[in-house]
Write a protein that binds this ligand. Structure first.
Ligand code: PA5
Length: 446
């Protein structure tokens, strides 16, 4: 068992006092035990805790399905939203070489209600063969349900009913839900998201792993990374070096001092979607009962030229968690120039990663000096194994953190409000009186 992720919280020492931090750390350790024993709030949704222990031996069927789909068509459309979308997207974007030709193209749908997006997608699909992987644990989420209807219609017109069956894979609940029932009646190949694993903790289920395998990445290495981190942090509550405990305690110590917005910072553009996954994980897990740290994200150095001013000198309620990536894959040295008219001659001969790291160091010191506490989470490099470690670390720390806050980190009751209003406004039967009230409300506010 090895752990390749580390954490440094020296950058919060002048913002959170050490006795508060120590007492929160003690609570974090107790909460880790509660999680492990399954005695806390929402414990019926803690199956993800031990998912890595069996996932390593359960990747065969997923890999076989990916190979079949890849051989069948050059494109797969992955349909899903929230936890049934962000994990796989985060991994694929992190690992993707943006300029390399693709052996198999993965496209996403059902994560938005944009008509233009889906119309453009269909136009593209007119000219290619494709598969559909539809992912919805509940099987009733509106956005993917609409996209799947539209895509199914399109595929039926292209291939005919008999041929389309082998081009569709459904990932959903084992027993219930509209998608489950449809998959059974149409005879689609299916994979299960276990009952005890909620969407935002489901990256290691087929919901995350099938798209990753389709894109050509090593799901076994990802699963091994998750397992190694699980063995280190899940079992290591007495270990003072337990990084999940440290992170959960540090961010809650800062929250207690009024730092109510956490910004996830990365210096690699490939991690932008990892931040989207992280925002869902922390936002949906903690933001309830009038509590919770607001999760935001920036991509530096790009956003130093847009958000940097606010972070340096705006309202002082922000703290940062920086993902430091120690090594890059490629070597690119800044060339010398005879005239030095751009004034960067002093950088000539240095690798871009060295420059990026110096930007990171300089920014961290400037932000701490400006009143922004900084936590640093370091990873060796961006690959499947290290991403597995990183994502399990964030998942476990999030659950511990939610318990410190005193909320159920595994439900999302607030997500229902917009849906109820949307259904009523669209005329869903049974919502008539609600519709009248909402339409009046809209008229009053015009
Ligand atoms: O974390 C969650 O539970 C949510 O974000 C869901 O993943 C999201 O709403 C999609 O749900 P479903 O997979 O049921 O379509």
């Amino acid at each position: 068992m090895k752990q390749t992720i580390s954490i440094n919280i020296k950058g919060i020492s002048s913002f959170a006092d050490s006795s508060a931090l120590n007492s929160i750390r003690a609570r974090a350790i107790a909460n880790l035990k509660t999680l492990r024993e399954g005695t806390g709030r929402g414990s019926e949704f803690t199956g993800w805790l031990r998912l890595p222990d069996r996932a390593v031996s359960e990747t065969t069927a997923v890999r076989a399905c990916a190979a079949r789909l890849r051989a069948q068509a050059p494109v797969t459309v992955v349909v899903g939203i929230g936890g049934s979308y962000l994990g796989s997207r985060a991994l694929i974007e992190a690992l993707n070489d943006p300029f390399a030709p693709k052996e198999h193209t993965l496209l996403f749908a059902g994560h938005t209600l944009s008509e233009d997006y889906h119309a453009a997608l269909l136009r593209f699909l007119d000219g290619t063969e494709y598969n559909i992987v539809v992912i919805s644990k509940s099987g009733t989420t509106t956005e993917p349900a609409i996209a799947f209807r539209v895509l199914r219609d399109h595929m039926r017109n292209k291939l005919g009913t008999a041929a389309m069956k082998s081009h569709i894979v459904a990932i959903t609940d084992a027993r219930r839900g509209a998608l489950h029932d449809l998959a059974v009646s149409e005879g689609y190949e299916t994979f299960v998201i276990p009952d005890d694993v909620g969407g935002r903790y489901s990256v290691l289920t087929p919901a995350g792993m099938l798209p990753l395998a389709l894109a050509g990445y090593h799901i076994d290495a990802f699963a091994r990374g998750m397992l190694d981190m699980a063995l280190s942090v899940r079992e290591g509550n007495d270990n003072p070096e337990n990084i999940a405990v440290t992170y959960a305690a540090a961010r809650n110590a800062l929250y207690g001092r009024g730092y109510s917005t956490e910004i996830l910072v990365s210096y690699e553009p490939s991690l932008v979607f990892l931040a989207e996954w992280w925002k869902q994980l922390y936002g949906e897990s903690e933001g309830k009962e009038g509590k919770g740290i607001f999760p935001a994200s920036v991509s530096f150095t790009t956003d130093l030229h847009s958000m940097g001013q606010y972070i340096q000198q705006g309202e002082r309620k922000l703290f940062e968690t920086v993902i430091h990536v120690a090594d890059s894959y490629h070597r690119l040295v800044v060339p010398g120039a005879t005239d030095n008219s751009d004034g960067i001659g002093f950088i000539a001969g240095k690798r871009m990663t060295e420059v990026n790291h110096k930007a990171e160091d300089g920014t961290r010191i400037a932000h701490i000096d400006g009143g922004v506490p900084v936590i640093v989470v370091s990873m060796e490099r961006i690959d499947e194994y290290n991403l597995g470690q990183l994502m399990y670390f964030f998942e476990l720390a999030c659950a511990i953190s939610g318990y410190i806050l005193g909320v159920n980190p595994f439900d999302q009751p607030g997500v229902e409000s917009y849906k109820k209003n949307m259904f009523a406004l669209l005329g869903k039967p049974g919502f008539e009186s609600e519709r009248a009230r909402l339409e009046q409300d809209l008229r009053d506010k015009e």
